[in-house]
Ligand binder design. Structure first.
Ligand SMILES: Cc1cc2nc3c(=O)[nH]c(=O)nc-3n(C[C@H](O)[C@H](O)[C@H](O)COP(=O)(O)O)c2cc1C
Ligand code: SF4
Length: 401
């Protein structure tokens, strides 16, 4: 199996941990006490939206319904992110123990990992790992002798659609339907997989849980910033000497990050993948944090030799391809934005029309049905705004009005 190693191990997520340790401790506590630790940690979901994990678990636990599910979102489809893959291959004990602890808190009997189709190569390794957990009674009936807690984990493979990382489309896909997002409400915490209460959590979110249980929520909250506690795994790629997965404290500035990965002559940093924002050099003092430059962990670095319009075209082609087509703002909007990029390329634009396309982008952010269409205009708007001089330079003067 291909192993991708992490480049930098910080003091939070990659601190010392022994398999099963978190489960053992959690099962000596009441469900409420485990939830209390997660709440004190102020952990927010690492899949991108940053929803507080304790609130999601509390809502799922409180929801009426016999069969509840915990789903680990391992779809990892955002362009430029590869940190969940490192967690699953290097630290499966953190992810699986987190799934068991989460299952205990919400009252689930079953956990499901939705594994990105392209990660099929790790399936055998993960299945063997789960088998060993069953032998050690870290999964199965009455886990570690706990009478009212039986729980198992199943792995399901995705089939390569970006939208299936969105939690409701993921649930549709798990149920064997087309991967299309659902209307919300109802939310998965009430009506999720098979219409049962379901908590969908990112791989990294779950991997943080065992440490929080062993070392305490307060310990976790001392790391990072007040609003972004703990650390963040960043998948850093592009024009730098040391690309890879890094555990960085929340609050690290873009400038500091560029120094760590030895990037030179950096022109642009795309924070949050294709659906994120693109920053220019005057913005490199911004902090990687929920309250500033938020990211699910994808960082792409572009040096001065890159063409920003080519980059934008690549992102927009991706969104046109991946839009599920259910709602008009996203289905038509992404095509219009791509057409706009091609018009600029051919020097056949007017500034008036580009302004209208940016307004269309804002409409898409507001009116699209799911996060795909709500976030796909981000790179269009920020690249045109932040790289205005390069894109609309004298050599590309088209029909300017
Ligand atoms: C188009 C799209 C793709 C997404 N892909 C992922 C993904 O690959 N992994 C993930 O954890 N969350 C992804 N999300 C976010 C999920 O909908 C959801 O917020 C997340 O899994 C919740 O887990 P968390 O609270 O631990 O962050 C995606 C959202 C959208 C709109
Ligand atoms: S926003 Fe895009 S991906 Fe989401 S439902 Fe609408 S068309 Fe589908």
């Amino acid at each position: 199996m291909e192993i991708v190693k992490s480049k930098r191990k910080g003091p939070v997520l990659f601190s010392k941990y022994t398999r099963g340790e978190g489960i053992k401790k959690a099962l000596t506590l009441s469900r409420e006490d485990v939830l209390y630790e997660v709440r004190s940690s102020k952990l927010k979901g690492r899949g991108g939206a940053g929803f507080p994990t304790a609130t999601k678990w509390m809502l799922t636990a409180a929801s009426t319904g016999v069969d509840k599910f915990l789903v680990c979102n391992a779809d990892e489809g955002e362009p430029g992110t590869f940190k969940d893959r490192v967690l699953l291959t290097e630290y499966p004990e953190l992810v699986f123990d987190g799934m068991v602890i989460g299952g205990y808190v919400i009252g689930a009997k079953k956990g499901i990992i939705y594994l990105r189709g392209e990660y099929e190569y790790m399936l055998k390794f993960l299945e063997e790992y789960l088998e060993q957990m069953r032998k050690d009674n870290l999964l199965g009936e009455n886990i570690l002798g706990k009478k009212d807690f039986s729980y198992d984990i199943e792995i399901r493979l995705g089939a390569g659609a970006y939208v299936c990382g969105e939690e409701t489309a993921l649930i549709e896909s798990l149920e064997g339907h087309r991967g299309e997002s659902r209307n919300r409400p109802p939310y998965p915490v009430n009506t999720g997989y098979n219409n049962r209460p379901t908590s969908v959590n990112n791989v990294e979110t779950l991997a943080s849980i065992p440490h929080i249980i062993i070392k305490g929520g307060d310990w976790y909250a001392t790391h990072g910033t007040d609003k972004s506690t703990g650390s963040k795994l960043m998948s850093i790629s592009g024009d730098c000497k040391k690309p890879g997965v890094y555990e960085l404290p929340w609050g690290t500035t873009i400038k500091e990050m560029l120094k760590i990965v030895e990037a030179e002559d950096t022109k642009a940093v795309q924070v949050g993948g294709a659906s994120g924002i693109c920053l220019n050099a005057s913005q490199f003092d911004r902090k990687l944090a929920y309250e500033d430059a938020a990211t699910g962990g994808s960082i792409m670095i572009f040096n001065k030799n890159r063409n920003m319009l080519h980059i934008l075209k690549n992102f927009m082609e991706f969104f046109v391809e991946e839009s599920c087509g259910q709602c008009t703002p996203c289905r038509i909007g992404n095509e219009k934005l791509l057409e706009g990029v091609e018009m600029i390329e051919r020097n056949e634009y007017t500034f008036d029309y580009i302004k209208k396309l940016k307004e269309l982008g804002v409409t898409m952010q507001i009116a699209s049905k799911c996060g795909l269409g709500q976030s796909s205009p981000n790179s269009f708007i920020t690249i045109l705004d932040n790289f205005n001089d390069e894109i609309f330079n004298e050599n590309r003067n088209g029909v300017r009005k």
